[in-house]
Structures are given as structure tokens and as C-alpha cells.
Design a protein around this ligand. Structure first.
Ligand code: NDP
Ligand code: 8X3
Length: 252
């Protein structure tokens, strides 16, 4: 039987890494991407024996690199069954009037344009084979807007709209398109958002039980193991303590 292949962007940390490991346990060979080579090399050592891993190092903002690298995959890696567009982050948490344009560029270029570039490189193989699953990691920030979330929320609303657009356009090809929109997940997300301020980052997850990257990975596992005629199109997943983007029951 031909082996299944999953490509996960942003697999060097958090949700992407957890998704990579759970798919490896489900027998998928992995293409894992990110900028931190050493992290992806480490991940190779964590997969079950017999699972092959191809780490690819690039910044999803670099359009030429994305098309050059993903457009020239070795034949053995070309038939991607599952694409998880996960790479992304928030940069800053500032009101619109004082927001930093470099942060805005990072969020729109990584979360939105990076997702588009990777998708454009992979989708033609899926349409040709008339099969495949695309999972876009959105956010509760793509369903609601919260104070100072402005541009990050904008980028995730774009991911939500692009996901719906993909589902419509790829419908004739039998390709499954899934949007997963988590609330608060404890990863390196807040450390990146607050530019390495670990004290501020840790506070985000104190006083309640946040989601873990593994929780999202288990949802991905469930999604990819549905029968051919079933797609979980749009999933919002929150910690039980979270009722909306802005309401978290801390110290209950
Ligand atoms: P992490 O910071 O732990 O992981 C982010 C991943 O994205 C890393 O592997 C990082 O790899 C990769 N990445 C970031 N920028 C780039 C880039 N320019 N080029 C290539 N890869 C990049 O955060 P999470 O795991 O939490 O985030 C994963 C996704 O989940 C994001 O899209 C995020 O918006 C979303 N999300 C997160 C939530 C949370 O509360 N944590 C909730 C809802 C959604 P590297 O640095 O090696 O390049
Ligand atoms: C990450 C969750 O609420 O910090 O997308 O925006 S939130």
C-alpha cells in the first residue's frame, strides 16, 4: 500500500509539532517546515520507527523560496495527502493607533500570504489527483475581534474567508478543506506575541486550564480519520474556561 504523506508548516513548535507527531503515529510520513532547522531535526528523532521525515527550512514569507522548494520536491514526496497550514503567530497586542507596521506586515505576510503561497504550491498536485485534505489553522480571533487584536484578528478572519473560498473552489475535485479555530492554547504563541517577555506570556495561561497543542492534534487526527464522504468543515475549540475571545473564567 502506498504510504500517506502529510505536510505541516510551522512544525518546529506548538500546534504544528503536535500535529506532526500525531500524524506520524497514524502512519503518515512527514514533510515538516519552519525556520528553525535544529528543532525540525529534533522532531525527526521523536517519530515512531519506520516513519520518514523530510524537514524543509524556509520562511513562508519568502515567495521564491516557497515555490522553489515545494515546487521541486523529490518524486517520492510529491503526492501530499494532507496539508496543514499552521505556521503563524501574533506579533504585538497594541491599539490600532499605536500599532507597529512591522508587526502588521509580519502578521499579514506570514498568517495570510504565507498560507496562500504554500497552498498554491501544493494544491495543483491535489487537483490533479482529485484527492487531498487541507487543514487551515485559524483562530477564535478569526471569528471574533478583541481589544488590541485588530490586525491579528484581521489576518485570522482572512484565513477563515480563504478557507471557505478554498472549500468552494476545490469542491469539484473532492478535496476536503477544514478550518480549525482554537481559543487559548499554551504554546510559544504568547512568547512570540510579547517579543520574548516570558513573564507576560506566562500570565496569559495562568488561573485556568488552557488548551494544549495535543488537544488540537487530536482533533486533526479525528478529522483525517473520517470516511471519504465526511468533512468536519469548520471547528471552533476553546478551553472549557473560555466562553468567547474576551471572556475567560480565571481562578474559578
Ligand atoms: P508557536 O509559536 O508555538 O508556533 C508557531 C510555528 O509557526 C512555529 O513552528 C514557527 O516556526 C512557525 N512560523 C512562524 N513564523 C514563520 C515564518 N515566517 N515562516 C515559517 N514558519 C513560521 O505557536 P502556535 O503553535 O500556538 O501557533 C500555530 C498556529 O496556531 C498559528 O497559526 C497561530 O496563529 C494559531 N493559533 C494559536 C493559538 C494559541 O493560543 N496558541 C490559538 C489559535 C490559533 P519557526 O519559528 O521555526 O519558523
Ligand atoms: C490565538 C488565540 O485569543 O490569543 O489565536 O487570539 S488569541
Amino acid at each position: 500500500m502506498e504510504r500517506k504523506i502529510a505536510l505541516i508548516t510551522g512544525a518546529s513548535s506548538g500546534i504544528g509539532k503536535a500535529c506532526a507527531l500525531i500524524l506520524a503515529k497514524n502512519g503518515y510520513d512527514l514533510i515538516v517546515t519552519g525556520r528553525r532547522k535544529e528543532r525540525l531535526e529534533e522532531l525527526k528523532k521523536e517519530v515512531p520507527e519506520g516513519i520518514e521525515v523530510l524537514p524543509l527550512i524556509f520562511d513562508v514569507r519568502d515567495k521564491e523560496a516557497v515555490f522553489q522548494i515545494l515546487g521541486n520536491l523529490p518524486d517520492r514526496w510529491k503526492n501530499i495527502d494532507v496539508l496543514i497550514n499552521n505556521a503563524g503567530n501574533a506579533h504585538g497586542l497594541d491599539p490600532i493607533q499605536t500599532g507597529d507596521t512591522q508587526d502588521w506586515d509580519a502578521m499579514m505576510d506570514i498568517n495570510v500570504k504565507g498560507l496562500l503561497y504554500v497552498s498554491k504550491a501544493i494544491i495543483p498536485g491535489m487537483t490533479e489527483r482529485k484527492s487531498g485534505t487541507i487543514i487551515n489553522i485559524g483562530s477564535i480571533a478569526g471569528k471574533e475581534v478583541y481589544p488590541n487584536g485588530n490586525v491579528y484578528c484581521g489576518s485570522k478572519h482572512a484565513v477563515d474567508a480563504i478557507t471557505k473560498g478554498m472549500r468552494i473552489d476545490l469542491n469539484p475535485f473532492g478535496i476536503k478543506v477544514i478550518g480549525i479555530h482554537p481559543g487559548l492554547v499554551e504554546t510559544e504563541f504568547s512568547l512570540v506575541r510579547f517579543k520574548g517577555d516570558s513573564e507576560r506570556a506566562e500570565k496569559v495561561y495562568q488561573g485556568y486550564q488552557p488548551l494544549l497543542a495535543q488537544d488540537i492534534a487530536e482533533i486533526v487526527e479525528f478529522c483525517v480519520n473520517r470516511p471519504a464522504h465526511v468533512v468536519l468543515a469548520d471547528i471552533v475549540v476553546l478551553p472549557t474556561a473560555q466562553a468567547s475571545a474576551t471572556l475567560v473564567n480565571k481562578n474559578a
